[in-house]
Design a binder for this molecule. Sequence first.
Ligand code: AMP
Ligand code: ZN
Length: 136
Amino acid sequence: MEDCLFCKIIRGEIPSTKLFEDAHAYAFLDINPFGKGHTLVVPKFHAEQLFFLPPEELAGVMPAVQRVACLLRRKLGCDGLALMQLNGACAGQTVGHVHFHLIPRYAGQPAGWAPLEGEAAREAKDFEALRKQILG
Ligand code: AMP
Ligand code: ZN
């Protein structure tokens, strides 16, 4: 879709730190991470919300969600991972293209969801270092 932020990222018109891509899915680091390695996995098919994504496109993207989750666990050593998918402004959705948040979780981390701050934010926003760690 012409004016969609994530379609532009998929097409390479807006830069992203890409971690994975196949025929159905595109995965990249979230620019405002809630955890070190916070990744978005998006279907290449443009649909604004889960309600409107054809089931075969959902089936196409889910293997990438699992694959990237396993990659993050293996390379970052996270103890767990939260999978989040928001639909509608009232649910907190801000970008109108279906996306799955993969948020690595680490033992001892405070509970709750908020953008990281301070040193943790600096570490999680060193996208090039993270890309090397995850893909290297
Ligand atoms: P949501 O609130 O579920 O719609 O999440 C949208 C996510 O997209 C947020 O976590 C943003 O930080 C993230 N985001 C917005 N613009 C970009 C971008 N250019 N590159 C990477 N992530 C982005
Ligand atoms: Zn789109």
